[in-house]
Design a protein around this ligand. Structure first.
Ligand code: ADP
Length: 528
């Protein structure tokens, strides 16, 4: 019988992850029955300890990269974006509302508050958020400084008072971003996402009404109008991103530019921590980016969520999150060898922990080569199943060591065609495209679209030491083409040099995340 992959959930949740994995034929880790290392995925909502990264084994994956708090805590995000702005200029880093961290920045805040009060004829509003809370807890909005009261560390941010409204209701976008790797930086954004509405009409004369000013579901689902029909918004407080795309079509705007600006926000935010996150090839992380769009269709970054909620509150959640979790698991790129855990890797003498190893695909590729040989290089898409099921383990010596006979059996198992269970291998989606000896990550994994690297120049810039300046130039050039609508005529010099190479666009292209049926970036410029 085939071995199953095994998952561990911290504190027994989230339930959706359990459901998706069980449906895929995984087994849940049980401490009493299994050895300490006998699992493939450890999923938790909070931080892993450093030792858990250091002890990670080749068949194991974690759902967080180390040290991503630099963007997921409100004060750290503010500090990092401020540093990027100071280093690289505000032309690109203009997507975050002016933010101060209190109490430290109180004097600076006061200066800005007074400056704006004197300079502007119209009112300026501020929003205050505790640095380490989520789900709208402890948040309030004020106009007059006499209403500013706080007893813990908070961020105070310019309140976007001219947000785009639908039927008079405020909303923001929850964008799901999966970082496959920080070294090299490899980023995907899910085509589906959520639009989260406030449940009372936006009104600046009632700043205390959180149901009108905050879009958190955790708040609005308790609002008096949650279940009421609310104009175009309907009942509840959520839309899927697909529904939002329909809405956008009815607006006279440069839709591609809006999507690209959101893409930029994601990449530019991740660049702020990309060089400080240690390499851990066996980690894949899902972030929730909250984006607010203002009345001029400019997107703003509100925050980045560390463990975006995977609870199912309504139909929109069900249609988005189940597929999302399944696609994240695909991104983890398990192979049949992983299901053998200890046993297969002892055979291949691959036994060092994965932390800081700079070759994310090493164990996977060696396995694939091995599989190819056994199959005489035929049928590279055939999925294969291992022989052993963990619950019917062959005779062990101690701590998972197998006798020679068992190892031979498990080797035999590599040749079995898959029957019952879905074994993901993201590289089956591409033709093992390589450039300069580097694997080009697939354009798409499920409904995740690769957004970084997005061209050869950014692939090259992220290959060794991340060359942030080059990346920024490329982002600027791409966005410039969309703004001007003269894309194909405006190729950057760097890109011209690259396209001089004969098959430039045949083995490296990207999709533009956002629109329905996302176009290839190369085509999208030809048609503008
Ligand atoms: P939390 O982690 O508590 O959800 P957020 O930063 O996401 O904190 O803020 C909660 C909600 O408050 C957002 O979903 C949005 O509706 C609103 N909000 C936050 N910051 C701003 C801002 N600068 N301008 C306008 N609305 C904001």
């Amino acid at each position: 019988m085939a071995a199953s992959l095994v998952f561990r959930l911290h504190d027994r949740g989230p339930e959706l992850v359990r459901e998706v994995l069980l449906e895929r034929g995984w087994e849940e880790y049980n401490e009493g029955e299994r050895e300490e290392e006998d699992w493939n995925l450890y999923w938790r909502g909070s931080l892993f300890q450093t030792s858990q990264y250091h002890n990670l084994l080749p068949w194991q994956r974690l759902n967080h990269h180390p040290k991503t708090v630099g963007i997921t805590r409100k004060d750290c995000l503010a500090r990092n974006l401020r540093r990027m702005k100071a280093t690289f200029g505000s032309a690109l880093y203009d997507f975050s509302p002016t933010t101060f961290i209190l109490p430290n920045d109180y004097t600076c805040f006061l200066a800005e508050y007074n400056r704006l009060r004197l300079a502007r004829g119209t009112s300026v509003y501020w929003i205050v958020k505790p640095v380490d809370l989520s789900r709208g807890r402890g948040i309030f909005i004020f106009e007059d400084i006499k209403d500013l009261v706080y007893d813990c560390s908070v961020v105070i941010q310019r309140y976007i008072s001219s947000s785009l409204l639908i039927s008079g209701y405020k909303f923001d976008l929850r964008i799901y971003v999966c970082v496959k790797s920080f070294h090299p930086l490899t980023v995907y954004i899910h085509q589906e996402g959520l639009v989260r509405f406030a449940t009372e009409k936006f009104n600046l004369s009632s700043l205390h009404n959180l149901y009108a000013h905050l879009t958190n579901t955790s708040i609005n689902k308790f609002g008096p109008f949650y279940k009421t029909e609310k104009g175009r918004v309907g009942r509840g407080c959520k839309w899927t991103m697909s529904k939002f795309r329909h809405f956008l079509h009815s607006q006279q705007i440069n839709e591609l530019l809006l999507w690209q600006r959101i893409n930029n926000i994601v990449t530019l935010t991740l660049l702020a921590i990309a060089t400080s996150v240690p390499s851990c090839p066996n980690c894949v992380e899902l972030f929730g980016f909250d984006i607010l769009i203002d009345a001029k269709f400019k997107p703003w970054l509100l925050e980045v969520n560390y463990s975006p909620a995977l609870t199912l509150d309504c139909q929109a959640d069900i249609s988005v999150k189940k597929k999302l979790v399944s696609d994240v698991i695909d991104m983890m790129n398990y192979t049949s060898t992983d299901s053998l855990r200890d046993r297969a890797y002892r055979k291949h003498r691959y036994k060092q922990p994965c932390f800081k190893a700079n070759h994310p695909s090493a164990p996977v590729l060696s396995t694939l080569n091995h599989q190819k040989k056994k199959r005489g290089n035929k049928g590279s898409h055939t999925q294969i199943l291992p022989l052993l099921k963990t619950s019917h383990q062959p005779e062990k010596t101690k701590r998972g060591k197998l006798k020679q006979r068992d190892l031979e059996e498990s080797e035999e198992a590599f040749t079995r065609p898959a029957a019952s269970w879905k074994l993901p291998n993201i590289y089956r989606y591409c033709k093992f495209a390589k450039w300069n000896g580097q694997n080009i990550p697939p354009v798409k994994v499920g409904d995740f679209i690769r957004t970084f690297p997005f061209n050869r120049a950014t692939l090259k810039a992220s290959q060794h030491e991340l060359d942030i300046r080059t990346v920024l130039q490329e982002i600027q050039s791409l966005t410039g083409q969309l703004v001007s609508g003269k894309g194909h005529k405006m190729k950057s010099r760097r890109e011209e040099k690259v396209t001089a190479d004969k098959d430039a666009d045949t083995d490296f292209d990207s999709l533009l995340w956002g629109p329905k049926d996302p176009p290839l970036i190369s085509q999208c410029f030809k048609s503008t």
